[in-house]
Design a protein around this ligand. Structure first.
Ligand SMILES: C[S@@+](CC[C@H](N)C(=O)[O-])C[C@H]1O[C@@H](n2cnc3c(N)ncnc32)[C@H](O)[C@@H]1O
Length: 247
């Protein structure tokens, strides 16, 4: 069963989320295990100090190297080698393909930074790969860690119940965005569900879904089309591709 270890100063903040919904289901079905490791358990002083002022001055505090390195060593001695990620705004950007990669690992460790981050020597002592959620700065790596774990765990076989439900999602199928979805009622505040979805013609529904997925990708994320082998790569946004309320 894949093991995800999250190193954090706030295990109690993460714990309720990992018990609910997909992560809770995955763990109760025995399809994944999530360990929340408190970095303060790897301190040696009375105050359980995990941070200190940066050399050279400047604002903010930094996570000290010892608790991080020792927590990783303890985990690897107990469970074996992990693929190790540090959450960091300057890392490789996390995307679906990375979630896919991570979901194939047996053991994954994610370090949550805090304050101004962590002592740089940690990177020399532990083979962390830096992962960023995007070009913005959060106060800690806890939300990125949960994001990375959830995006990866939901790809594990059996977690979503119906494996087909992964395939047509955004970024999954040919790297395109997902097509629009509708449920009941058929008419809501004067807005009707597209006729084709109620036609019972599965081929026509499939065609409509493919077309709307392509159209939405062209309009919203043309950059994604550069990355696929898709014939759509060559096309430019068309006049009728302007986003509308229904799409
Ligand atoms: C306030 S941030 C540190 C920012 C750092 N001084 C910088 O400018 O790159 C504290 C921690 O939040 C996490 N974090 C913040 N933004 C993030 C992002 N976009 N992606 C991943 N982790 C992030 C990292 O773990 C980071 O060490």
């Amino acid at each position: 069963m894949p093991l995800f270890a999250i190193l954090t100063l706030f295990p109690e903040a993460l714990e309720p989320y990992t018990r609910e919904s997909i992560l809770g289901v995955a763990q109760s079905k025995g399809l994944a295990e999530i360990l929340l490791i408190d970095l303060r358990d790897f301190t040696r002083d009375r105050h359980r100090t995990v941070d200190d002022r940066p050399f050279g001055g400047g604002p903010g505090m930094l996570l000290k190297p010892e608790p991080i390195v020792e927590a990783v060593e303890w985990l690897e001695a107990k469970y074996g080698r992990f693929r190790k990620f540090a959450t960091c705004p300057s890392g490789r950007v996390f995307r679906q393909s990375v979630a896919d990669e991570i979901s194939r690992e047996e053991r994954v460790l994610i370090l949550c930074g805090r304050y101004e981050g962590f002592d740089e020597r940690v990177r020399k002592l532990v083979d962390f790969e830096d992962l960023s959620l995007g070009d913005f700065v959060l106060s800690g790596g806890e939300l990125p860690a949960l994001t990375i774990v959830e995006a990866s765990v939901r790809l594990l076989p059996g977690v979503l119940g119906n494996e087909e439900s992964i395939a047509p999602e955004s970024f999954q199928k040919d790297g395109l965005l997902d097509h629009p979805h509708y449920t009941r009622p058929r008419v809501y505040r004067g807005l009707e569900v597209p006729e084709v979805l109620m036609s019972g013609d599965h081929a026509a529904v499939e065609r409509w879904r493919e077309e709307t997925a392509h159209k939405r990708t062209r309009v919203r994320r043309p950059d994604l089309l550069q990355n696929t082998n898709n014939p759509e790569n060559a096309s430019s946004p068309e006049a009728d591709d302007a986003p509308d309320r229904a799409n």
